[in-house]
Design a protein around this ligand. Structure first.
Ligand code: UD1
Length: 424
């Protein structure tokens, strides 16, 4: 099992290029199930989660091939409409195959994803929406079994703007008869990217309102056209590197990002005194010239502060000599990084969904354990600024969502190394 060894404190410099977005690529690759004819991607990130969805798709009978930097997908008429527990348990996003399977093949059997380290994460909103579109659903022996004589467009109002439920319903609506309206839809850039991919795949498809809280889709019949799609840059990875520049008080340039997607992060950073030069597709962090003061943040659905950046931001707040408060309002158990940061010398107290940080305590390197993807990134950031050696264990969590994180930090001059250690 791999660990990362970081010798800090590190000073970073140079440029880092952001990879394509994991959270955009996953629903889009599930959407490939709607596509009988070949669709191709030119920038899929090298991530464990992408490998997992590829395994799931090929187990179902989707043909996947590689040619240079292109990955091609073809989903024939005879795919298996079942997603097994073995693969779904590795990655909750596997539930995203439900909508496209029902839409095109009129049936699906998908293992229930269950909870994970950050919360219980039910899928009731997905299932209610699909039922309103004419699916008969039963949950039995750990599986969701769904069938329909053909989905029909409906007006679905989500009780909460769930990202995954919005994506499943958008894909379900593609071959549904008539018009589907999703109210209180999630507005994340990844939803817009999914809708852009679907519009590029089906020339007749009309989708309006992607990126707003009301998405309207007019269902179609027929086959997709072949095309090559470029997935958007990963806004969470970009935000993580911005924070890396600031936590190490270094000057770095973050390339291939869409700054409009992370305004909810750059705005509070600038209010805290971060010097950022924001271009069209890059952000330069001038950490050396930034005199940071603390701030309070609260996570909420897009366009508010992203829960996926909460852990990394919290690491940054530990480096500022003031008190701050971080409130997590999306997931009930997303502070697994806090005890680990405290073991490195931070002073953070938890009260329910709130973390109270007394910043400015010097961090020292320690052996720490990854528990989930973003918590792990927070530990790497802390390791970059701590003095001495930090050993970050269970790096497979980070590899789910950060492409070559060790190599990217090495490129910025960090003293970080990946070591394959025997299992404990
Ligand atoms: C997606 C992202 C994840 C991010 C999250 C919130 C992917 C692959 N993952 O996850 O990185 O942290 O959005 O921005 O894109 N909920 C229900 N019932 C449901 C669905 C959700 O109660 O049927 C609750 C969840 O338990 C959670 C909240 O709604 O508390 C947000 O979940 P959701 O927006 O669905 O997140 P995901 O799509 O799972």
């Amino acid at each position: 099992m791999d660990s990362l060894f970081i010798k800090g404190p590190c000073r970073l410099s140079g440029e880092v290029t952001i990879s394509s977005s994991k959270n955009a690529a996953l629903p889009i690759l599930a959407g490939v199930l709607l596509c009988k004819n070949k669709v191709s991607f030119d920038t899929l990130p090298g991530l464990r989660d992408i490998n997992t969805i590829n395994s799931l798709l090929s187990e179902m009978g989707v043909k996947i091939s590689k040619e240079g930097n292109l990955t091609h997908y073809e989903a024939p008429d005879n795919v298996t409409t079942e997603a097994s527990y073995e693969l779904v348990k590795k990655m909750r996003a596997s539930i995203l195959v439900l909508g496209p399977l029902l839409s095109r093949f009129k049936k699906a059997k998908v293992s229930l994803p269950g909870g994970c380290a950050i919360g219980t994460r039910p899928i009731d909103i997905h299932l209610q929406g699909l039922e309103q579109m004419g699916a008969q659903i039963k949950v039995e022996k750990g599986y969701v079994e769904a069938e329909t004589s053909g989905l029909v467009g409906a007006k679905v109002s989500l009780p909460f703007p769930s990202v995954g439920a919005t994506e499943n319903l958008v894909m379900a609506a593609v071959f549904a008869k008539g018009e589907t309206t999703i109210e209180n839809a999630a507005k994340e850039p990844e939803i817009v990217d999914l809708c852009d991919f679907l519009s590029a795949s089906f020339s007749q498809l009309e989708i309006s309102g992607a990126g707003t809280d009301k998405i309207v889709i007019n269902g179609i019949t027929g086959e997709n056209i072949s095309h090559t799609y470029t997935v958007i840059p990963d806004r969470i990875e970009a935000a993580t590197f911005l924070i890396a520049g600031l936590i190490t008080r270094s000057n770095i340039k973050v390339l291939n990002c869409n700054p409009t997607h992370i305004e909810s992060v750059t705005k509070p950073l600038e209010e805290m005194g971060a010097k950022l030069v924001i271009g069209e597709n890059f952000i330069e962090v001038q950490g050396e010239e930034s005199n940071l003061v603390s701030t309070d943040i609260e996570t909420a659905p897009y366009p508010a502060f992203p829960t996926d950046v909460q852990a990394q931001f919290l690491s940054l707040l530990t480096s500022i000599n003031e008190k701050s408060v971080v409130t997590e309002s999306i997931f009930e158990n997303r502070f697994m990084h806090v005890p680990e940061l405290n073991r490195m010398g931070a002073d953070i107290k938890l009260q329910g969904r709130t973390a109270i940080i007394k910043g400015g305590k010097p961090l020292t390197g320690a052996p720490v354990m990854c528990t989930d993807l973003r918590a792990s990134a927070a530990l790497v950031l802390a390791g970059l600024t701590a003095s001495g050696e930090t050993r970050v264990q269970r790096v497979y969590h980070i590899d789910r969502g950060y492409e070559s994180i060790d190599k990217k930090f090495q490129g910025l001059g960090a003293n970080i190394e990946r070591v394959n250690e025997p299992m404990e």
